[in-house]
Design a protein around this ligand. Structure first.
Ligand SMILES: [Zn+2]
Length: 156
């Protein structure tokens, strides 16, 4: 459900997640592998949890528990999955604080050999984009790409 390949650090359409009326009764409930998310509601990113997925025409809906927001009905809602408004929560930093650039020195700390400053076997530092834990990092076309977050950080 999360397509990391299309998520870009800093991509922020500035719109809210779309709540869907509870009209999908009987839809199959699919378990969630990565329940922790950021959801954009009332103009800000909120930490939230997905309880389950439901298939819908043209995409997926998620039954989500989020912080109570004044003026809204409650802390539960059914939302259309959209990577612009619902992101996997790998980091304590909300998506609007993710960075799009890093210095060559920073990028070097993720590489070993050929100009990298990382020593073999040394753990990788947190991602410069979103501060998530990093399992692998690559330099591709002048950008540092970290996994599992999948963000691309342009090396300046
Ligand atoms: Zn990241």
């Amino acid at each position: 459900m999360f397509d990391h390949g299309v998520m870009d650090a800093g991509m922020d359409a500035g719109r809210d997640a779309i709540e869907t009326p509870l009209a999908v009764h009987g839809a199959t409930r699919h378990p969630v592998q990565n329940p922790a998310i950021w959801i954009r509601l009332a103009g800000a990113w909120r930490p939230a949890l997905i309880d389950h997925w439901r298939p819908a025409p043209g995409g997926w809906l998620a039954w989500i528990h989020h912080p109570t927001i004044p003026g809204r009905s409650g802390p539960w809602g059914l939302y259309a999955y959209d990577p612009a408004t619902i992101r996997q929560r790998l980091s304590h930093l909300p998506p609007d604080q993710w960075r799009r650039t890093c210095s060559a020195e920073t990028a070097a700390a993720y590489q070993w050999g050929r100009g990298g400053t990382r020593k073999w076997g040394e753990p990788l530092p947190p991602a410069p984009c979103c501060s998530a834990a990093v399992s692998q990092a690559y330099v591709v076309e002048g950008a540092l790409v970290c996994l599992p977050c999948g963000h691309s950080t342009t090396i300046t």
